[in-house]
Ligand binder design. Structure first.
Ligand code: ZN
Ligand code: ZN
Length: 78
């Protein structure tokens, strides 16, 4: 399964300290921190069968999740 860099969306080759997929360029960056749109808890990266995705740390109270790509697209629109 191909994972995409949480910072820039390029193909990821490694994982940072928080288990977030990162490309060679973003490997040394600080881990990305985003908060949940619904409950504003921290989002954490989990590995699923379709690749890495953001999931709310408030799970199971909050079921919010989104793929790494979707999260990046959301940022680009802003
Ligand atoms: Zn990157
Ligand atoms: Zn949440």
């Amino acid at each position: 399964m191909t994972d995409y860099c949480v910072h820039c969306g390029r193909i990821a080759v490694a994982f940072n300290d928080l288990n977030q997929p990162v490309c060679p360029v973003c490997r040394s960056k600080a881990p990305k921190e985003i908060s949940c749109d619904i409950c504003s808890a921290m989002m954490i990266v989990k590995q699923g069968k379709f690749g890495s995705f953001w999931a709310c740390s408030g799970y199971p109270q909050c079921n919010n999740s989104m793929s790494v790509k979707k999260q990046l697209m959301k940022n680009w629109k802003k």
